[in-house]
Design a protein around this ligand. Structure first.
Ligand code: SAH
Ligand code: SF4
Length: 349
C-alpha cells in the first residue's frame, strides 16, 4: 500500500489528503528510504546535483508583529534591536558579490522604518550596481501596491511562508494577524510576477499530521516557485519557550514529499534544520533540497537576529563560511553553484 502511494506520488506528483495522512502515519525506515530515493531522482531530473548558494542579509530585527514563536516579536523586550543602514546593506551585497553570490536575500521583521521609498531606492541601487544579481525580499506582509512598487524597482523573488495552512492554528499563533490576509499576500505576489516562496513550520504546539497534510496540499495548490520549511525551535523569550519544537526526521521526510509534489521547486535546506541537526542540511540535499542561504549579515548582527535559540552562525569571514559550506555540499555528493538560479519555469513579466 505504502509503496503504491509513493509510486503514485513519484509518477503523477500528486496525492489525495487521505493518502498523505496514510503515508505520514505509516512510513517505516524502509519505505522512508524508498521515498527519499524517489525525491532524489526527481531532483536529479529537474536541477541535477546543483545546490544554489544565496547570500542572506538580515536587514532589521525590529518587528511590529507578535508571532508567538518568534524571538524578534515586538513584545520581546530582551531583544537587542538593530537595523542596517542602506550603506551597510549595499556593502554586505558588495562583499557577497566579490565572493561570487548572484542572489541577495534581504530578510527582516516588519519594520515601518523600511518604507516603500527606502526599499525602492535600496533595490534600485543594488540592481544598478549588480545588474546580473537577483534580489529576494522577505519582509512580511504588505499591500498589493507596495509589493508592486518593489517588483518594479527590480525585486525578483519574495519569501512569505504561510506558516501553517490550518486557519485555527494560524490564528492561535498570530495575534492580530489574519490567515486570509497572508494568503491574499501570496496570491498578490504571484499575480505581480514575483518568484514566490511559501512554506511552513514543523512541530508547532498542537500541530497534527492532518495539519501537515493540509500544508502539503496547500503548497500543491498554490504552486509556489520556492518552498521554505523548517522545524519550529523554541526561543527563550517567547510564550512558546517551553514547547518541544520540530524534529529533523520529520522535516527531511516532508522535504522529500515536497520535492515530489513540486518537482521544479527551489527548496532550501534551512538554517533552522542545520541548528537542530548538525548534518541535517546534507540529509536535506539527498531528500531533494537544492538551495542554501549562507549569512552575509555584518557579524555584530547575527546573534541579534535571533528568531530561535541555538541558531548556527559563525564569526567566520564570509569567504571562510562560503568555503566550508561548499565543502559540505561537495562531501555530500552535490555541486555548489553561484549562478542566479531562478526557478526553471519563471520569466520576468
Ligand atoms: N518577518 C518576515 C520574515 C522574517 S521571519 C516574515 O515573518 O515573513 C522568517 C521566518 O522565520 C518566518 O516565516 C518563520 O517561519 C521563521 N521563524 C520565526 N521564528 C521561528 C522559530 N522560533 N523557529 C523556527 N523558525 C522560526
Ligand atoms: Fe515578525 Fe516575522 Fe518574527 Fe512574525 S515571524 S514576529 S513577522 S519577524
Amino acid at each position: 500500500m505504502i509503496k503504491t502511494i509513493i509510486d503514485k506520488l513519484y509518477k503523477y506528483n500528486c496525492l489525495e489528503k487521505e493518502e498523505i495522512i496514510y503515508l505520514l502515519k505509516n512510513l517505516d525506515e524502509k519505505s522512508r528510504e524508498y521515498l527519499i530515493n524517489k525525491a532524489y531522482s526527481t531532483r536529479l531530473k529537474s536541477y541535477g546535483k546543483t545546490v544554489f548558494l544565496r547570500g542572506l542579509i538580515e536587514v532589521t530585527n525590529f518587528c511590529t508583529k507578535t508571532c508567538l514563536y518568534c524571538g524578534i516579536r515586538a513584545e520581546n523586550t530582551n531583544a537587542d534591536r538593530y537595523r542596517l543602514t542602506k550603506e551597510e546593506i549595499i556593502s554586505s551585497c558588495e562583499n557577497g558579490y566579490n565572493l561570487g553570490y548572484k542572489t541577495f536575500v534581504l530578510q527582516g521583521g516588519e519594520d515601518p522604518f523600511f518604507t516603500d521609498e527606502f526599499l525602492v531606492e535600496l533595490i534600485t541601487e543594488i540592481k544598478y550596481k549588480f545588474p546580473e544579481c537577483a534580489v529576494t525580499l522577505s519582509l512580511g506582509e504588505k499591500s498589493y501596491e507596495s509589493y508592486k512598487k518593489l517588483y518594479d524597482a527590480g525585486a525578483d523573488r519574495y519569501l512569505l511562508r504561510h506558516e501553517t495552512a490550518n486557519p485555527k492554528l494560524y490564528s492561535s499563533l498570530h495575534p492580530k494577524m489574519s490567515f486570509e490576509n497572508r494568503i491574499t499576500c501570496l496570491k498578490n505576489l504571484k499575480k505581480i510576477g514575483y518568484q514566490v516562496g511559501a512554506g511552513f513550520l514543523i512541530g508547532l504546539p498542537n500541530q497534527t499530521i492532518e495539519d501537515l497534510a493540509m500544508d502539503l496540499l496547500f503548497l500543491k495548490n498554490l504552486k509556489p516557485h520556492m518552498v521554505g520549511i523548517g522545524p519550529f525551535i523554541p526561543q527563550k523569550d517567547t510564550p512558546l519557550r517551553n514547547e518541544k519544537g520540530g524534529d529533523s526526521y520529520t522535516t527531511i521526510t516532508l522535504l522529500s514529499i515536497i520535492r515530489l509534489l513540486l518537482p521544479d521547486v527551489l527548496l532550501p535546506a534551512t538554517t533552522a534544520l542545520g541548528t537542530i541537526d548538525s548534518t541535517g542540511r546534507e540529509k536535506a540535499f539527498k531528500a531533494g533540497a537544492n538551495v542554501i542561504m549562507p549569512n552575509l549579515s555584518p557579524f555584530e548582527c547575527r546573534a541579534k537576529y535571533s528568531l530561535y535559540d541555538g541558531k548556527v552562525f559563525t564569526d567566520n569571514e564570509s569567504a571562510e563560511e562560503k568555503r566550508k559550506i561548499e565543502e559540505k555540499i561537495k562531501n555530500a555528493g552535490f555541486e555548489p553553484v553561484m549562478v542566479r538560479g531562478d526557478n526553471i519555469t519563471w520569466k520576468r513579466i
